[in-house]
Write a protein that binds this ligand. Structure first.
Ligand code: GDP
Length: 521
């Protein structure tokens, strides 16, 4: 594969680090990106960074040297992992923003899990130190638990205190990014060849047609180059930098706005320069059919607890990656502890790459896709579209409401004993529209059947915002208007009685299922 061609060491030149800003909502990611933009030493003469571009580069003086840093302008780990799911790793370093008055929050942990899963070094920006109640030491202590140990505690993570609002500490932060890059990474690329890289953001502009922010990762991109981006192709008509200034060429780590494509690539799609238009078109066509084939092949490649043992025996996997989601931090911790307590043989590793509270999100599925993980939901469920995505990606997603059952399954999978005889088969889902209190029948949930069929006497559970609030229930009564019904299909309304379960609320989702014997492979 040409993408993996070896580079001669002599051809490699240093390139700037590419940085993504992550952290909990409202901890100041956007403000920080604004503040960094305004520190750029060339911004003044060029009139500031005004261009709407998905990434920008700033220059700073570091140890007497003029250095550049590239920032991805979409904050957050969601975009980061969505890009990784498409096969693109653009980020070299993550800045983890933690508000000093708020401390470590759920998305702080989520963000650092995502960065660590990608093997991306983290620089911690302790933000909002101007605020009363700011406690930067506490942040430092809290993060020790997550393997981010400050230098003053003997670790190798740099913590920088900043105020994005007052634009204090920004230079120190840029300094820390460069120090971390120089210490931990060997960032070099060959500028003397046809360019390759990744589309960061793209859209259709009314006047200019498809417009893409691309990040050059190797080689040099020039105006006039024939280019393939995603499944589209074209010729670079013009390139603009973050100041809106036309540029003739772009070297590694440089983001530019490219005009002249015939289609809008997706964020995370790779681009490359072809020798001529014809070849560009051919590559684009080949990519399209390859993408189709890959999406078919992908399903078979994903890990599942069932095939784990065979895969382990064949030496195809050494690690079982798990993502844990649960309905409370206590249950997630208990589950994690119990899982990590499973004794496994020396050649197998059990890794929990992410844990969190709440429904299973698109983000979780993306992470499972990238790191080939099994998702375990403890009393939680995915949202509808998330379930579809997981299905398409072939992710093994398992739901439990009893901890020891989850432990049993994972343990047996690791030991080659997993032979589940029954599996849960979904029959249908209904959304609760209105709740009627009836003294005779208990509560009746006036519902709209959203998918499949609701059958009387089948098993059921109730979820609220993706979290299971009622388990192991039975559809004890089912009515269409005033009549008893044995089943009601999707698109129809009905009244559902769940026996002793009386906590039903408007907006809840009733899932029905039955247990069926699993076909043997
Ligand atoms: P994001 O959700 O992480 O992108 O957070 P924003 O950048 O939108 O910031 C959230 C809020 O915190 C805004 O009201 C900011 O003005 C405020 N904020 C951000 N940085 C600072 C800071 O350093 N000090 C103070 N006092 N407020 C800040």
């Amino acid at each position: 594969d040409a993408e993996l061609e070896a580079e001669d060491d002599d051809d490699l030149a240093p390139r700037p680090p590419v940085v993504t800003v992550m952290g909990h909502v409202d901890h100041g990611k956007t403000k920080l990106l604004d503040a960094i933009r305004s520190t750029d030493v060339v911004a003044d003469e060029a009139g500031g960074i005004t261009q709407a571009i998905g990434a920008y580069q700033v220059r700073t003086v570091h140890e007497g040297e003029d250095r550049a840093i590239t920032f991805i302008d979409t904050p957050g780990h969601e975009a980061f992992t969505a890009m990784r799911a498409r096969g693109a790793q653009v980020t070299d370093i993550a800045i983890l923003v933690v508000a000093a008055d708020d401390g470590v929050m759920p998305q702080t942990i989520e963000a650092l899990n995502h960065a660590q899963a990608a093997g991306v070094p983290i620089v911690v920006a302790v933000n909002k130190i101007d605020k009363e109640g700011a406690n930067p030491d506490k942040v430092m202590q809290q993060l020790t638990e997550y393997n981010l140990v400050a230098e003053q505690y003997g670790g190798d993570t740099m913590f920088v205190q900043i105020s994005a609002l007052k634009r204090q500490g920004i230079d120190d932060l840029l300094e820390a990014v460069l120090l971390t890059a120089d210490a931990a990474l060997d960032l070099r690329a060959n500028p003397d060849k046809d360019a390759r890289g990744v589309a960061i953001e793209a859209h259709l502009d009314k006047g200019r047609g498809p417009v893409a922010t691309v990040l050059v990762q190797s080689g040099t991109l020039r105006v006039g180059d024939a280019i393939v981006a995603g499944n589209g192709f074209g010729r670079v008509r013009a390139m603009l930098d973050e100041h809106g200034k036309p540029v003739e060429e772009a070297t590694p780590s440089r983001p530019v706005l490219v005009l002249g494509l015939t289609a809008v690539p997706g964020a995370g799609d790779t681009f490359l320069v072809a020798p001529d238009d014809r070849t560009a078109r051919q590559i684009a066509e080949r990519r399209e059919s390859a993408a189709r084939a890959a999406s078919l092949a992908k399903r078979r490649k994903r890990i599942s607890l069932e095939d784990l043992n065979e895969a382990l025996a064949a030496g195809k996997v050494e690690t079982l990656n798990l993502i844990l989601k649960g309905d409370g931090s206590g249950s997630v911790e208990a589950l994690e502890d119990a899982l990590l307590g499973i004794e496994v043989s020396d050649d197998v590793e059990l890794r929990i790459i992410h844990r969190g509270v709440g429904a299973i999100t698109q983000n979780d599925v993306n992470l499972a896709t990238v790191d080939n993980a099994v998702i375990i939901g403890f009393n939680v469920r995915p949202a509808e579209r998330v379930a579809e995505l997981a299905e398409r990606e072939g992710i093994d997603m398992r739901y439990y409401s009893v901890i020891y059952q989850a432990i049993d399954d994972v343990e047996q999978a690791l030991r080659g004993l997993l032979k589940p005889e029954f599996e849960e088969v979904q029959l249908g889902t209904a959304e609760v529209r209105e709740v009627f209190r009836s003294s005779k029948f208990g509560n009746i949930a006036g519902s709209l059947v959203r998918s499949g069929t609701i059958r009387r006497n089948s098993k059921a559970r109730v979820t609220r915002d993706g979290v299971v609030v009622g388990n192991d229930l039975t559809i004890e009564s089912l009515r269409r208007f005033k009549d008893d019904a044995t089943e009601v299909r999707d698109g129809f309304e009905c009244g559902i009685g769940l026996g002793s379960f009386n906590d039903i609320k408007e907006g809840d989702v009733i899932e029905t299922y039955e247990m069926r014997e699993k076909p043997r492979a």
